[in-house]
Design a protein around this ligand. Structure first.
Ligand code: MG
Length: 467
């Protein structure tokens, strides 16, 4: 009985080497990049990040085959500024995508991401890439701000949050408790045209997946960049018939499991087109869970706080970077940020970083190859235009406090700063400011220098169409 097993092992061994040989011949060509960006998914909402009942086998597999980043940050705790940062590599206070009054863009907003800003898509397009944006945009819904004005060849998705444009005769509470897409008059767009309104949100994850698969196969002979920004699991929650009612975690779990399925479809399309060894797939979320929606919101796992706060639960997001043959598998527990994706991707694509402006990201490509420790040793956490906290190494110093649930906002300047060692205490339970006055002083100096040098862009989030 043993001999057939050995033959089988030899066949498996041969097959496992064949794609490697293939990958070497394609290494000359520029790599492809896919960013999968979920909305309001918490740090604890994936199997790979410890969720006990949500099943995410595809993303978990990516985490095993690639790098799981356990201290990866977004640059803002709500949608619009966070999305501006992942695409531009710059803090929202620099690009004008911040406000203390209106923290995100709304359907009556007259602003958006300024034309001056470079997106990953714009830089890669200049390097010969095909580019597509699928999903939620939320960086301005007027034509001059849409993806097609920011370096993307095509766009398919909803221009702002899936809970906006709610019909008048129903309260938000009612609409979320028994979500029907007809309650939200959100448009679905192709390029600059509205093709469906209200968007049928029950099938939206499935349709985003189909668009993504189609984009991958139609660009198999050309380098591409795909930005797939899911409009879920932002409330109201929707899932297609294949997933609704299936997860132990209820409707929120159904939504995540459908997103995980769509990740599987994308990985399958890469493999079927022979692109898996030449493509980087980055999975992450735009901010922490929306805790005030209770079971309809996600979980930050062991982290404190949620969406709308700059506590760890609001800004540390579950992140996986996958690229067989290119990304050395492992768990990276030191810092990374969505701000780092633009310089990392630009470098990997062989494109040039523009020298005419300040970027807030680092090139993580040596970390992906397993050659170096992460170059990021500091993180600046803004809430609107206020520097809420600064992390240096394992220590995070707070200058403000807030309602940990995020809403209603209760921002207060602290009379006495607080300090946490996130290496020892990721849940931020033990204030060590009195114990480490020298670390407090060091981070205060870093904050002072940063603030003295910061040049704020003009806010784009307070302009209204009727003004
Ligand atoms: Mg969000």
């Amino acid at each position: 009985m043993r001999r057939p097993l050995i033959y089988l092992q030899l066949v498996v061994l041969f097959l496992s080497f064949t794609p490697l040989a293939f990958s070497q011949s394609t290494k000359e060509s520029k790599p492809n990049f896919i960013i999968i960006f979920t909305d309001d998914q918490g740090y604890g909402d994936l199997g790979a990040f410890g969720h006990p009942t949500i099943k995410t086998p595809n993303i978990d597999q990516m985490a095993v085959e690639g790098q799981k980043w356990t201290s990866f940050y977004v640059a803002a705790n709500v949608c619009t500024p966070s999305r501006s940062a992942i695409l531009t590599g710059r803090l929202p206070v620099r690009t004008g995508m911040y406000s203390n009054k209106r923290r995100v863009l709304f359907p009556d907003s007259d602003g958006g991401l300024p034309a001056y800003e470079n997106t990953i898509a714009k830089l890669l397009k200049g390097a010969g890439y095909s580019t597509a944006a699928i999903g939620k945009w939320h960086l301005g819904h007027l034509p001059q701000y849409l993806p097609t004005s920011h370096g993307f060849d095509s766009y398919f998705g909803i221009p702002y949050s899936n809970d906006m444009d709610r019909v008048n005769d129903i309260t938000a509470k009612e609409a979320f408790a028994d979500s029907k897409f007809e309650y939200f008059n959100v448009p679905l767009m192709r390029n600059t045209e509205i093709i469906e309104r209200p968007a049928d949100q029950n099938t939206i994850t499935k349709r985003y997946a189909a668009e993504a698969v189609e984009f991958i196969s139609s660009n198999k002979d050309k380098p591409f960049f795909l930005y797939l920004a899911h409009s879920l699991p932002h409330v109201p929650l929707f899932a297609s018939g294949d997933f609704r009612g299936k997860s132990e975690r209820g409707l929120y779990g159904d939504v995540i499991e459908e997103i995980d399925w769509s990740v599987g479809e994308i990985l399958r399309a890469l493999k079927e087109n022979g692109l898996d060894e030449n493509t980087y797939v980055i999975f992450t979320s735009d901010n922490g869970p929306w805790l005030v929606y209770n079971e309809q919101g996600g979980s930050a796992g062991s982290l404190y706080g949620g969406k709308g706060t700059s506590y760890e639960g609001g800004v540390r997001v579950p992140t996986v970077i996958w690229g067989p043959g290119n990304v050395k598998p492992g768990v990276i527990s030191k810092m990374g940020s969505t701000l780092d994706l633009l310089p990392t991707i630009t470098t990997l694509a062989g494109a040039k970083m523009p020298q005419d402006r300040i970027y807030d990201g680092f090139d993580l490509s040596p970390v992906l190859r397993g050659e170096n420790a992460t170059p990021r040793d500091e993180m600046f956490y803004y809430h609107g235009n206020r520097l809420f906290a600064v992390r240096k190494g394992d220590f995070k110093l707070y200058f403000y406090s807030n309602n940990p649930a995020g809403y209603p906002e209760k921002l207060e300047k602290l009379e006495k700063v607080t300090l946490f060692n996130l290496g020892h205490d990721p849940s931020e339970r033990f204030d060590l400011a009195d114990q480490y006055p020298e670390i407090v002083k060091e981070i205060q100096e870093i904050a002072k220098k940063h603030s003295a040098e910061m040049v704020f862009g003009e806010t784009q989030l307070e302009k209204r169409i009727e003004d």
